[in-house]
Structures are given as structure tokens and as C-alpha cells.
Design a protein around this ligand. Structure first.
Ligand code: ZN
Length: 513
């Protein structure tokens, strides 16, 4: 199974898509794209009072900051399958329980184990010797001690012409790929696209592995997403920019270098992981469900504050304040902390399988996964019927807007399997803030997160959650034929192909049957 580029957590990709309107097809004229306007006040005075109390509480002195500090500083990076990830599940259960929120863990299957224990490298040649900082790319092949030693070659930016220039020398060699410094989200998006082609060429050329020059600031490593993974995947890694620049310069001066790479990885077959689901049972429509979710797992180099601890803390805080204030929605609200997101959206996929019989009664599934910047809109998945409810929901927080809706389907975070199951879904969009430069990097830490903004986001998410839990508007789950029509009428197939989930849809691994 080709699941390597099941990397995801692609808030960054969502932003990239948003900033590249050519890749999106918004439905309806631009003037319809803005949420808001007249006639969107809360349904009743009681409703308005309840949501007002909830928003006021969330903007007050809540334990949100304490929670985020515990999750990021005490537990830290928490890749699915790791001990830290297991601790984060226990932590989240405890946070819900201490808040008086009913909570449970729900098992799902991860298709494979992949964790990095350590990664080291040494470059040698013609009197030269130094040890660059490196990180394995997700799903890289291991290189157990004493490691793999092979020639290191200047592969330029890794284009066709670079492979032609190197010719047969690529066989069995490590290819050092030059990158441009990452300036913005567009650059991140470009990196993803290029990596796919570079790795395809390296595989065809019989290389021992690919060494990417880090595109981030001096010394900063990130666990970028290897694009290819199949039975003969390579050793793939990122090297700190200063050391990679030094090696590249030496190679261009005609020095012959070799690199010894040691990747101590923990790999294994399918295993069980757990989502954490907090729940407030609906007062009058308990069988109807609104899901508000964020993913609990992170990559492990940083401490997972922007991606995605801030939104986890926010989801917990909403459940906590609703419970504390005795605010009970008409519909059941499930506060979902997904696992396995970074490695392929497996936790939310597992939920849609475990709860398959209830999906007809799932009103909406919301995902928040694009960092700590202010929420400035929503992707609503090509479901125009939910827009009036979204508009009405935002009335109490309209002063924090404007909010812009893009009614397009988006692949890259935990709305995906709900969308393919025909369940209405939305993804919060955020101002970029510091998301891009810290994405999946050692620098994904709480100090890059403005906690006042996270509180404002909690108010916005609470308002939308409440609106969907209370609305009288109705829409039905899409049939498979309707999901197919959504695919035909948008760029969804292209997105699914680039995330390697297209075959999963075709073979029934994912989506409505
Ligand atoms: Zn994420």
C-alpha cells in the first residue's frame, strides 16, 4: 500500500490553497462568500443569553493556558505510537473528568508504527570531517547502527537536469538537495510539491537516500513529510541549513565527500491507538451529534503548540465552561481530540468507522488545525445548505470578524473522512500568524502562540458549536452518489491524489460505501 504521503496535518496546505485561489473553486459569486449580514441573530433570547454567558466565560480567567503549558511543556512532542502520546491521552481524559465532562477513549487502528529514536550523521572526505544536525523524514527507512555510508553528491535543486548531470553516479549515493529559504506559506506548498518529484527521481535513480538542506533558519530542523513510501522507500532526511550549505560548497569546490547516516527508528506493524471523546448529551435531541475536534498528536521535534495543542486546549475549555455553567445544548456535542492525524488522519477515520451507524445523525463535524492565529473564516466543504446556520452562529462574535467562508471541500485534516462519508463538515481558517515558519519544526513551541488570540478563537468556536447544536435548520447526509458529484464538480480528486488518499476512496478503505 502506498501510504507514505499520508503525512498531512496540513494546515499549511489549507493556507496555501487559500492563498492560491486558482486551486479552489468557491461556489457562488464572491459577494456571497462573506458570512454575516442582517437576519442572523440568535434564534431566541434564551439562546442568545446562553451563548453570551459561554463566550464571556471563555474570555475570562480559564485554565486554558495552564492546559496548553502542561500539554506542550510537560508532555511535549507526542507522535502517535510514542509514550508521550499515550500520556497525552491520559492527560486529556483527566482534563475532561476534572471539568465534570463525560469522556472516554476510543480505539482505532494505526496502519504502522514509525518513530525516530535518534538520528546522527558524519560527513568525511579529503581531510574534512564534521557532524551535521539531521532529522529523519516521516516513514523514512531506518539506517541502524553503524549506519549507512555512501558518497554524498550535489544534486542541486533535484530537477531532471540534475539527475541527468549526475548520471550513473546516483546509484547507491546520498543526494544532497539544495533548497531556497522558506519565506512563507507559498514556499511550504512548493516544498511539498517538489519533494514528490525529487523522491520519485531518486527512487528511479537507485539512490541510497535523499538529504534535504533545511529550508528553515540556521540550525532549525523539522520533520517534513516524505512524499513517497512504498516497499523500497529510501533513507530520507533533513540536514541543518548551515551544515548542508557547507557540504554543498565543498562539493562544488570539487571535494569528494561521503556521509555516514545512522537512523535509529522504531517501526512496526499495525497497532491500536486512541482518540479522546468528551461528550455533553443533548437535552432534546440527544441522538443528533455535533462534533468539534482538534488533533491531540503532533510531530515530535517541537512540543506541538501551534500544531495543534492550542486548538486542543480550546476544545477542552469549551467543554469545561459549558459544563461549569450548566449550559446544555439541544443536540449532543462531542469534543473530539483525534490521534494519528499527522500520520494519515487515522483517528478521525477510525471514528467514522466506529460510529458508522450514527453518521446519519451527525449534523456537522468541525476541525480546528491551522494554528494560533485569529480565526478569520471557514471552509464549508461544498455544502451551501449549512451556510445560513454558520452565519447565524457567528452573530454573537461578529465583532471579531469579518469571517470569510470558502464553500469548497478541503483535504488535509480531520474533516476529511466525515466529508467522504457525506457528513457536513467545516474547517476553521486562521490568520497565518507564526504558523508557517514553525510548521512541524523544533520551534513549534508555546512562545510562538498568542494566548489571547487562542481565547478569542475559543469564543468563536463556542459560538459556532452552539449554533449548530441549536439550529432548527435541517440537511441530510450525502449519499455516495452525492459525494461523487462533489468530487466531479470540484478539485477534490486532485487534492485526494496529492494526499495519496484517492485509492482509499476507490477501494472503500475510506468514505461512504
Ligand atoms: Zn495539525
Amino acid at each position: 500500500m502506498v501510504l507514505l504521503s499520508r503525512f498531512v496535518c496540513t494546515g499549511c496546505l489549507l493556507l496555501a490553497l487559500l492563498s492560491s485561489p486558482g486551486t479552489l473553486r468557491a461556489q457562488g459569486p464572491a459577494s456571497d462568500a462573506k458570512v454575516g449580514g442582517a437576519g442572523t441573530e440568535p434564534r431566541t433570547d434564551d439562546d442568545g443569553a446562553e451563548v453570551g454567558r459561554l463566550i464571556a466565560a471563555l474570555l475570562g480567567d480559564t485554565p486554558l493556558e495552564r492546559d496548553l503549558r502542561q500539554l506542550t511543556r510537560e508532555i511535549g512532542g507526542r507522535a502517535t505510537g510514542s509514550e508521550a502520546n499515550r500520556r497525552s491521552v491520559e492527560w486529556a481524559l483527566e482534563r475532561f473528568r476534572q471539568a465534570g465532562v463525560s469522556a472516554r477513549e476510543e480505539a482505532f487502528e494505526m496502519p504502522q508504527l514509525w518513530l525516530e529514536n535518534s538520528a546522527t550523521a558524519r560527513i568525511r572526505g579529503q581531510g574534512i570531517e564534521f557532524t551535521p544536525g539531521i532529522a529523519a523524514m516521516p516513514f523514512s527507512n531506518p539506517a541502524p547502527s553503524p549506519g549507512v555510508t555512501a558518497p554524498l553528491l550535489d544534486c542541486g535543486p533535484g530537477g531532471e537536469e540534475d539527475f541527468e548531470r549526475l548520471g550513473d553516479r546516483t546509484a547507491g549515493a546520498f543526494l544532497l538537495v539544495e533548497t531556497v529559504p522558506l519565506l512563507d506559506i507559498e514556499g511550504l506548498f512548493r516544498e511539498y510539491g517538489e519533494a514528490f518529484e525529487i523522491e520519485r527521481r531518486a527512487l528511479a535513480a537507485g539512490a541510497a537516500g535523499v538529504v534535504y538542506m533545511s529550508s528553515r533558519a540556521e540550525g532549525l530542523l523539522y520533520r517534513h513529510n516524505a512524499s513517497l513510501r512504498d516497499q523500497d522507500a529510501k533513507v530520507m532526511l533533513v540536514m541543518d541549513r548551515g551544515a548542508a550549505r557547507r557540504a554543498m560548497d565543498l562539493l562544488r569546490l570539487g571535494k569528494e565527500l561521503s556521509i555516514q547516516v545512522t537512523l535509529d527508528l522504531e517501526t512496526g506493524p499495525a497497532y491500536t491507538s486512541h482518540n479522546v471523546i468528551g461528550e455533553i448529551t443533548g437535552s432534546t435531541k440527544p441522538h443528533e451529534v455535533v462534533v468539534v475536534g482538534a488533533h491531540l498528536d503532533s510531530w515530535d521535534l517541537g512540543t506541538g503548540a501551534l500544531d495543534n495543542g492550542a486548538n486542543v486546549a480550546l476544545v477542552i475549555d469549551i467543554a469545561r465552561q459549558m459544563t461549569r455553567l450548566g449550559i446544555r445544548p439541544q443536540r449532543t456535542v462531542r469534543f473530539a481530540l483525534w490521534n494519528g492525524e499527522e500520520q494519515g488522519l487515522w483517528g478521525s477515520r477510525g471514528y467514522t468507522r466506529t460510529h458508522a451507524a450514527e453518521l446519519d445523525d451527525h449534523v456537522v463535524a468541525m476541525s480546528f488545525d491551522i494554528g494560533c492565529g485569529l480565526i478569520n473564516g471557514f471552509f464549508t466543504g461544498g455544502r451551501p445548505e449549512i451556510l445560513p446556520t454558520l452565519e447565524a452562529s457567528l452573530a454573537p462574535v461578529r465583532g471579531l470578524g469579518p469571517f470569510v467562508t470558502l464553500d469548497v471541500p478541503i483535504v488535509g485534516t480531520d474533516n476529511f473522512d466525515f466529508m467522504m462519508e457525506g457528513v457536513a463538515n467545516l474547517v476553521g481558517n486562521h490568520e497565518s500568524a507564526e504558523y508557517g515558519p514553525n510548521y512541524h519544526a523544533q520551534s513549534d513551541r508555546i512562545e510562538h502562540c498568542d494566548l489571547r488570540t487562542v481565547r478569542l478563537n475559543a469564543a468563536i468556536v463556542a459560538a459556532v458549536t452552539w449554533g449548530f447544536a441549536q439550529t432548527d435548520a435541517v440537511w441530510t447526509r450525502q449519499t455516495r452518489a452525492e459525494v461523487e458529484e462533489l468530487i466531479r464538480s470540484t478539485d477534490l480528486e486532485q487534492q485526494m491524489r496529492s494526499f495519496s488518499v484517492w485509492n482509499d476512496w476507490l477501494d472503500g478503505t475510506r468514505g461512504r460505501r
